[in-house]
Design a protein around this ligand. Sequence first.
Ligand SMILES: [Zn+2]
Length: 225
Amino acid sequence: MGYDINSKQTVVGSNGLTVDNPKYLKQAKQKLTRLQRQLSRKKKGSVRWKKAKSRLNNLHGSIGRQRMDFAHKTAHRIANESDIVVFEDLNVAGMQKFNGKMVADNIMGLISDLTKYKVELRGGIHHEIGRFERTTGVCSVCGQHHKLTLKERHFTCVSCGTFSDRDYSSAIAVQKIGESDLMANGTVVRVTKTPNTQQKSGVKTKVFALAKLSLGSEEIEKVAT
Ligand SMILES: [Zn+2]
């Protein structure tokens, strides 16, 4: 599965999973800014200053806990739904450039790290694609690239006419780049026969086998994306 993060910091998966950055975090941050402003107006060391300072500290603590809770829950959902997880490169510098503004809170980077931990614990794979790979505006049917402004949430392919959702098509692009990366470096190989002969043909599950040889080559672990 490929996972894309849009400029509103919503996670969209190539399996259709959508997780919004919670509103309570945004609200808490607005409150934080207000408290910081109030604190700056008070005389340092005064009783009022100390009260404001302690309110600020409490809020910092609760934001930290909510943020961690959200990141853990999201990572858990992602790890539950896929054995091979592909993310964009979520370094802060890239996100800043992507959004055109400062992104001090790299919560998606945290989600990616936690997902890596959870997926690998189960013997799955976590992969981040290169920073400069194009994923926005790529037609998921024919691969045609389109230049989109931040406001364009949908696009119609100039080459094949497919109408696409911006975020979903990005997630597909992330997945495809991840697939070819992992096959190129030998982490996974595509299994040509479906493991279950009773499966109807045309089932869209792609089957990969982990190319790890450490467990004995007879028992290749089958994983599906
Ligand atoms: Zn197309």
